[in-house]
Design a protein around this ligand. Structure first.
Ligand SMILES: [Zn+2]
Length: 119
């Protein structure tokens, strides 16, 4: 078992649950804003409307993909909390710095490894 202060783990879990709710609401909002899924807007009435819809749709899909990825990371982190493996670096297996986890609860790597990976 990792040497995690129970209170920190609790606040991380709450943060994750809050983030998950936010992300899911954002996904919904983004879907509602997508003109391609809004029938009244999807009818090309003027020249140029088509490309506007296509562009906005492409952007919406990209944002949604990103939000879904975040949501997936949050789910993974919550699953790890349940299993008691939360906070372990996926690369070296050491405990991720607590400050790092508090700032970024979905962090999967320790600071040193995340630096190596992002290079
Ligand atoms: Zn590591």
């Amino acid at each position: 078992m990792l040497g995690f202060p129970t209170n920190s783990l609790k606040s991380i879990k709450n943060k994750l649950l809050r983030q998950q709710k936010e992300v899911e609401e954002n996904i919904k909002e983004v879907e509602e804003d997508d003109p391609a899924t809004t029938p009244s807007l999807a009818e090309p009435s003027e020249p140029g409307t088509d490309s506007y819809i296509a562009e906005t749709h492409t952007r919406t899909v990209a944002i949604k993909e990103q939000l879904k990825k975040i949501s997936g990371n949050i789910k993974t982190a919550l699953g790890k909390i349940r299993k008691g493996t939360y906070g372990r670096c996926e690369k070296c297996g050491r405990q991720i710095e607590l400050g790092r986890l508090l700032a970024m609860p979905t962090a999967q790597y320790c600071l040193a490894d995340s630096k190596k990976i992002s290079k």
